[in-house]
Design a protein around this ligand. Structure first.
Ligand SMILES: Cc1cc2nc3c(=O)[nH]c(=O)nc-3n(C[C@H](O)[C@H](O)[C@H](O)COP(=O)(O)O)c2cc1C
Length: 444
């Protein structure tokens, strides 16, 4: 298994999963446009970014295949590997040296920060992972937060309320302090997967990353903040989130819709370190890489919990149509005693952002939207099989909800075959066709 982003790039080059762009490209819309065009097919390495000496990688784990490669598992085994890594998380080793000390600067404008979409408030670093001390639990936290540059050494930071970083920031603020932070850009994707996971308050996501990497993760102490970051990171920054400064920003979110303008805290950067021949990582918000990073760890968690609580659960899927975040389909092997509404409620209870849960039988492929709709069309009665939950906490991103008060309505659909009905009524018509070969029908 590879241990840094560079060696992972070599690995996906060998499997023909890397699209190498030698032509000079602009950070303004062009990189985002190429990345969008590639969709899930390949990661893109831009070797010549106009006005920067950094190379740039995008769409790194933009497919379930590359996601599986990143954690050294089969595609069908991703969930199990993530769940195991969470339960067997182990402290990484510490190394006093790191390649990112090879170069340093105080000027963030040397970074090839991408402008992705029309009408966003500016360019954003979208792969930035922030490391902070959790003062209450005496541990370290890591999480993704997008950063918009303001001048040569400040960023505004998107910090969703209630996230661990926000709690630590509020703690510092109420004690009259700025919050010291370290930031990395360009880490092995297994680290990204762990840091996108909403681990319990006080739990260090880097220990989960270490377990995903078969205990091969090493960390290095940052000189000014003392925070530990992955030793093989391409770019590392140190600074502090200022307790008394904000800046307006707005951006395209993981649903691919424009979020409302928000007043965001500001980070003052003291120092920037980077490796020789540095590679910057960009993630296109709302597209597969961002959605898989957000959704896969939750999907893994839901599968683990639901299978334990309801052994008839076969699979839980966060659907593409629901942005791998808002809609789930749960496939079950239903028996006479199965309480489907209980399964619906339990699914909602384990992922607060869920807005719709559909339960299907084990002959329906939960990843196939047409098959799921067919189950609804033929097995569901709205007056009996629908659960509506009103005015509860939901995702902060859904523009149809009350985003100020974070209130939404939720819908559960029991699209399984009703036990009270004639089973033959649900069987699909069968045509005996085992020996039919179309070629035979081209001959006269
Ligand atoms: C690509 C990507 C970008 C993200 N951007 C942000 C962001 O700008 N602000 C934010 O609060 N969360 C963002 N997140 C989500 C958090 O990083 C994620 O939910 C994390 O697990 C929260 O960690 P915590 O448990 O330490 O609060 C992003 C996630 C990904 C994968």
């Amino acid at each position: 298994m590879t241990v840094d982003m560079r060696s992972f790039l070599q690995q996906i080059k060998k499997t023909n999963d890397l699209f190498i762009v030698k032509k000079g490209v602009s950070t303004k819309y062009e990189i985002a446009a190429v990345t969008e065009k590639l969709d899930e097919s390949k990661a893109a390495l831009f070797e010549n970014v106009k006005g920067s000496k950094f190379k740039l990688i995008s769409n790194l784990v933009g497919s379930r295949d590359r996601f599986a490669q990143a954690i050294g598992s089969k595609k069908s085994d991703i969930n199990r590997k993530i769940v195991k890594a969470i339960s067997s998380a182990k402290k990484p080793r510490i190394s006093s040296t790191a390649k990112f000390f090879e170069n340093s600067s105080k000027d963030i404008s040397i970074l090839p920060i991408v402008t992705h979409f029309q009408n966003e408030s500016g360019p954003f670093i979208t792969s930035s992972i922030l490391y902070t001390r959790n003062q209450e639990k005496k541990s370290q936290n890591s999480s993704f937060h997008r950063l918009m540059p303001i001048g040569k050494n400040q960023f505004s930071i998107r910090m969703v309320e209630g996230r661990d970083l926000h709690r630590s920031f509020m703690f510092a603020k109420t004690h009259g302090q700025d919050l010291p932070v370290a930031i990395t850009v360009g880490v092995h994707p297994a680290i990204s997967i762990a840091c996108a996971f909403q681990a319990k308050w006080g739990k260090n996501e880097l220990e989960i990353a270490n377990s995903l990497m078969n205990n091969k993760l090493t960390l290095t102490k940052c000189p000014s903040t003392g925070l530990l970051v992955p030793s093989t990171a391409e770019i590392v920054m140190e600074g502090k989130i200022l307790r008394n400064k904000t800046h307006k920003e707005w951006m395209v979110e993981m649903l691919r819709t424009y979020d409302m303008p928000r007043s965001a805290p500001v980070i003052q950067i003291e120092k920037l370190y980077f490796r020789n021949n540095p590679i910057y990582h960009d993630i296109l918000s709302g597209y597969t890489e961002a959605r898989l990073l957000m959704g896969m760890p939750i999907e893994a968690k839901l599968n683990s919990i639901m299978k334990k609580k309801f052994p008839q659960t076969k699979q839980v899927i966060l659907t593409s149509g629901g942005a791998n975040w808002l809609h789930a389909v749960v496939q079950i092997s239903k028996t006479r005693s199965t309480n489907v509404k209980k399964i619906i409620n339990e699914t909602f209870a384990n992922h607060r952002s869920l807005k719709m849960v559909t339960i299907v039988d084990d002959d329906i492929d939960p990843t196939d939207a047409v098959a799921v709709e067919f189950a609804m069309a033929t097995r569901f009665q709205a007056d009996k099989d629908l659960v509506i939950i009103k005015n509860v906490r939901g995702s902060s991103l859904d523009p149809s909800s009350n985003q100020k008060k974070l209130r939404t309505a939720k819908m559960g659909i029991d699209a399984t075959i009703p036990a009270s009905k004639r089973p033959d009524g649900f069987k699909l018509g069968k045509i005996p066709k085992s020996k039919t070969n179309l070629k035979d029908y081209l001959k006269k």
